[in-house]
Design a protein around this ligand. Structure first.
Ligand SMILES: *Cc1c(COP(=O)(O)O)cnc(C)c1O
Length: 377
């Protein structure tokens, strides 16, 4: 007899139940536009969740939020921007949209994120070359907060603003402070694979109302105050739709629950697989709380990683190598990079395991049993 088992995804959308109510409201009130009560309501719920007196602009994607952050900071043609190398390409692409040059920085072992030492070395080296970087893009990979105290200290010392890419880290905390408020400007993503989703969407988080207003203006084609259409700068069509924002309002109501479920996934994997010598789990440094968006492990070799990945794939279970570092990407091959070999080794040996908040106990068990059997074989 053939039994058909459901495919196990790495991270799939998980609706809470209230989303359709808000979407229905958008339809029944005819607010089917890039502004309206859902956009306002979604921004308000993110603002009250993050605290720290931030201002939130809902936009069409995390990528567009990073682009807006760079423009708000005045990054332009020929400028240098330092960027974490181990990340998704969306952290770096908007630097190039601005005609600026990304310079990639490797990671440190404790969080897998931007190395503060390497960051400072790079800044010192660039200043020696008479070109001070315009901004720093730091990323909380897989939900694990970067060492914000050390990174901010370096950034302050050289007076360079930090763009906090918190696309993967809504719900994570660093010393009790929510990720998304740790940079000079911060961004969130609500893409379909993130901890909460609007199908596609993002947010820019600013510390001043003036910065938010500037970003919203840029995101709505840079219209000047006038009854006719007048523009004094180039604009973008980056605002979030009021329909999509309705999904976001419903998702914010279940965010805490999603964080708990993702953390439970990590704990389950750790309990079941933590004793295997071949595997290495990323634990939380003191004072750090990760949303565990994805459970990512290091294995002892490329061969072990591939054995596990292929065994899972054969059973229709999705897993994936860690991000390929930007300094190894063909598209960025001519960019400068300050590397220490760590992100390359993570790319070689690391694996993201199925981590959705909608995984059943049985699916987690199936996955861990397969990994156990593969390692014991
Ligand atoms: C998802 C993601 C982004 C981009 O967000 P989109 O909403 O998909 O544009 C940026 N940075 C990181 C680290 C991400 O994981």
């Amino acid at each position: 007899m053939i039994t058909t088992q459901r495919k196990i995804w790495l991270s799939s959308p998980h609706m809470g139940g209230q989303e359709q109510k808000y979407v229905e409201e958008a339809f029944s009130t005819n607010w089917v536009a890039t502004l309206g009560p859902n956009v306002d309501g979604f921004e308000a719920s993110i603002t009250s969740y993050l605290k720290e007196g931030v201002h939130v602009a809902a936009v069409s994607s995390g990528t567009s939020a990073i682009h807006l952050a760079l423009i708000v900071l005045g990054v332009g043609k020929g400028d240098d921007v330092l960027c974490q190398s181990l990340t998704f390409s969306a952290s770096a692409n908007p630097i190039v949209y601005q005609g600026a040059n990304p310079i990639f920085i490797d990671s440190e072992e404790q969080t897998w994120n931007l190395s503060p030492e390497l960051l400072e070395n790079a800044i010192v080296d660039r200043i020696k070359n008479h070109k001070k970087p315009k901004a720093i893009v730091a990323v909380h990979l897989y939900g694990m907060p970067y060492d914000a105290l050390a990174i901010n200290q370096v950034a302050r010392k050289y007076d360079i603003p930090v763009i906090e890419d918190s696309a993967e880290a809504l719900g994570s905390e660093y010393l009790g402070i929510k990720c998304g408020t740790l940079g000079d400007l911060s961004i969130l993503s609500f893409n379909g694979n993130k901890i909460i989703t609007t199908s596609g969407g993002g947010a820019l988080i600013t510390k001043t109302k003036a910065q938010k207003d500037a970003a919203v203006k840029l995101a709505t084609q840079s219209r000047d105050q006038a009854v006719h259409y007048q523009h004094s700068q180039i604009g973008y069509n980056y605002r979030m739709s009021n329909v999509v924002a309705g999904i976001g309002r419903g998702q914010m109501e279940v965010l805490e629950d999603r964080v708990q479920q993702r953390r439970a996934n990590y704990n389950y994997y750790f309990e079941q697989l933590g004793d295997f010598q071949e595997l290495n789990f990323l634990s939380e440094p003191e004072g750090v709380y990760s949303n565990r968006w994805l459970t990512a492990i290091r294995t002892d070799s490329y061969q072990t990683r591939e054995r596990i990945r292929l065994a899972l794939a054969k059973e229709d279970i999705e897993s994936r190598p860690l991000w390929k570092p930007m300094h190894m990407q063909p598209v960025f091959k001519d960019c400068k990079a300050y590397v220490n070999g760590f992100s390359e080794s993570l790319f070689d040996t690391g694996l993201c395991l199925p981590s959705g908040s909608n995984l059943s106990e049985e699916e987690l068990e199936r996955t861990t049993n397969l990994i156990k059997n593969t390692l014991l074989r």
